[in-house]
Structures are given as C-alpha cells and as structure tokens.
Design a binder for this molecule. Structure first.
Ligand code: FA5
Length: 363
C-alpha cells in the first residue's frame, strides 16, 4: 500500500464511518459501528499495518493520518452515545424520576364563606330554608316596612350608605318624571342589615315561614378592630301560629350549641330596642373560652354579644299583609365575622378583607 493509497483509504473510511455513527438508532447499532470503523478489522488497523511497508520518511504522515482518523471517529461515537442516552426515557442527565412533583396549589373557601355554609347547614337541619335578597336595597325594604318611617330616630342606629342611582339623571327623563328619579336616587342604599330579606320573603310567601338569610351588609362606619364598613350578617325569621319567645330562645340555644359544639353554652337575653321586633333583646352567649369566668376574648364579662332578636312587630306583619292576630313570628340577626372572630380568637376584623393569603390560608 502506498502512502497515497493509505491516505485515500482513511478519507473514504472516515466518510463511511461518520455516516454509520449518525445512522445508529440505538446503543447496539452504535457499538457495531464503533467495532466496524475503529475495531481490530477496521481500516485504521489495516493502514497501521501497512505503515511498516512505507518508506521511513513517509511513515510519520501516515501515522498522523491514522491518529486523526481515530480521534474524529472516536469523538463522533461519544457524542452519539450521549445523544441516544438523553433520548431514552428516564435516563440521562438532569432527570431524577424519584423526585416529587411540583404539585398544584389548591385554594379553599374564604373563612366567612365557610362559616356561612356551616350556619346554613345548622339551620337547614332545624327545618329552615335559605333566602336571599339584593345588596342594593330600597327604602321600603331596608327601613319603612321594618317599622322605621322616614325621619324616625331609629335610622340613626345604622349610618347608611346611599347610592346615587343615575346620579346624572336619566338621559331624557321627560316631563314629570324627574322627581321620581330624584326620589329613587335619594332612597336607594347599600342594605344596612339582612332584615330587608324578612320583608321580601313575607311579601312573596305565605306563612308558615322558616328562613335564614345570609349576606353582605354595609354601614358608614369607621374601621376599627371590630367594625368594618362592609361585613356579613345572617338573619333568621320564623312565622307560624302560636310562636312565643320560648321558641325564639330555644332556637337560639340549639343553634349556639351546635355552632360552638358545646352543650354547656348558655344564652343571655337583655332588653333592647329594634323597631321591627317587640319585645326586643340583645343576644349573647356564655364565653366558650372561659365558660363564663371572664377572659380576654369576652373582655372579662363572661359573655359574648352576637346580635339582636325579638318577636316580629305587628306593624311589620301589617306592612306585608300578614294578619298579626293569626300569625306570630320571631327574628334574629348576627354578624358572621363576629362568629368567626370568637371561634378562632381573631382580634382584627380587617384581616377578613385584606386578602392576605398568610391569614386566609390558616383557615
Ligand atoms: C341589626 O343589624 C339587626 N338587624 C339585628 C336584628 C335582626 C334584630 C332581627 C332583631 C331582629 P345590629 O346593628 O346590632 O342589629 O347588628 C347585628 C350584628 O351585626 C352585631 O352584633 C355585629 O355582630 C354585627 N355588626 C354590626 N355592625 C357591624 C360592623 N360595622 N362590622 C362588623 N360587624 C357588625
């Protein structure tokens, strides 16, 4: 073999070898290509054998050509081996099948929604139905039908946020309608309590009625630790024949014991005033933390105030066309944030509305 033949053999072999390596579809095919083009019977070995027959001054050039051939084919085989390993499932650099996944973060219901649903469940268990009403209310439902006529001092118990509906006036009010628009603008409001749902229910349903009405309520209040301009209440209304205050007290006691999961919870009723109930009472339960001995949660009084209650005033029945001689009723209303605050010892109402996940995720 001459030097020229040796060099040509290597050039031709290199082209074929690179093709075979690239075409190797798996590790076995690659091993075979490596044997063919670098192994004992490969052109590299044939040329190396032939070097002995060359003139001494030609041998270094032939030797270098064989080394270069081995280097390039060896690199190509190694690169292809990595490529095939990366592609095989579960193997290769950077993949560890034993690691856990990233998972999917699950959200959950807001604390107030959880409390609302829990209360709904308790009342549904007592035979009540859940009723709803609008958050933007008219004067009739929020005040007048509840025995709070215009200019009555009881309106000042709830500092009201009025809604200027159509503040710029209707586009073309037409003659004679302007005063109506004005009247509505003056008298629509964000409901100050859930009691208007009592009226809406009695206007549309005949007794007997047993409903609870949870929902958002609004007052023009300065934010402090226990008061917010937007908060939630739940209203309870029962209308039936022969209902007495004993039914009111019994219902509240049953509900409080279920809510705090404690049969030793006692209820306290102290005389109060609401225009839509007569008699009326402030409703409190014995402190579930200290059992009445006095602690920080109950401000050392032993009692926690929940809301107001009473027997439905005959004037309210008359406003919705129910005969107060035939039907009696009781009603009560309380704050949902207040219940959550008592249950979990939360001392700041604003945490309910800040949307801070560090708070919300705890419940
Ligand atoms: C009422 O709103 C009456 N409608 C309750 C009622 C219903 C009486 C049926 C008789 C018959 P009061 O204004 O006290 O009552 O509010 C009831 C409860 O709502 C309070 O005890 C408190 O828990 C909650 N509450 C009132 N204002 C706020 C406020 N600004 N922020 C948070 N909670 C409040």
């Amino acid at each position: 073999m001459t030097l020229t033949e040796a060099l040509r053999t290597l050039v031709e072999a290199e082209a074929a070898a690179l093709g075979a390596v690239a075409a190797a579809a798996d590790a076995a095919a690659l091993d075979a290509a490596e044997r063919d083009w670098l192994g004992k019977r490969s052109p590299a070995v044939v040329v190396t054998e032939a070097i002995k027959g060359l003139a001494p001054d030609e041998r270094p050039q032939a030797g270098q050509a064989v080394g270069a051939y081995r280097g390039r084919i060896g690199d190509a085989v190694a690169a292809r081996r990595t490529e095939l390993a990366d592609r095989s499932p579960g193997a290769g650099a950077g993949i560890d099948l034993t690691l856990g996944g990233h998972g999917r973060r699950r959200g959950h219901l807001h604390l107030v929604t959880q409390i609302r649903r829990e209360l709904e469940d308790i009342f549904v268990g007592l035979g009540y139905r859940v009723a709803e009403g609008p958050e933007v209310e008219d004067d009739w439902h929020n005040f007048e039908a509840l025995n709070i006529p215009p200019a009555h001092p009881a309106r000042s118990m709830q500092d009201t946020i009025y809604v200027a509906l159509g503040a710029d006036g209707p586009e073309d009010p037409g003659a004679g309608t302007e005063h109506i628009a004005e009247h509505i603008a003056e008298h629509m409001m964000l409901r100050t309590h859930t009691s208007p749902v009592q009226i809406r229910t009695m206007e549309t349903q005949a007794p007997p009625i047993y409903v609870v009405a949870p929902g958002r309520t609004y007052r023009n209040e300065t934010l402090d630790a226990r008061h917010s301009p937007a908060f939630h209440q739940m209203e309870c209304l029962a209308v039936d024949r022969g209902l007495t205050m004993a039914d009111l007290f019994g219902t509240i006691e049953a509900f409080a014991r279920r809510l705090f999961d404690d049969d030793s919870v006692r209820t306290r009723f102290r005389s109060d005033f609401f225009p839509y109930t007569e008699p009326s009472a402030e409703l409190a339960v014995s402190c579930v933390f200290c059992r009445g001995d006095g602690c920080r949660v109950c401000s050392h009084t032993g009692w926690i105030e929940l809301g107001g209650c009473g027997m439905v005033d005959p004037n309210v029945f008359r406003a919705v066309g129910i005969d107060p001689e035939e039907w009696q009723g009781f009603a009560f209303g309380f704050g949902l944030e207040r219940i959550a605050m008592i249950r979990y010892g939360i001392n700041e109402i604003r945490t309910f509305f800040d949307n801070d996940l560090r708070f919300l995720e705890q419940y």
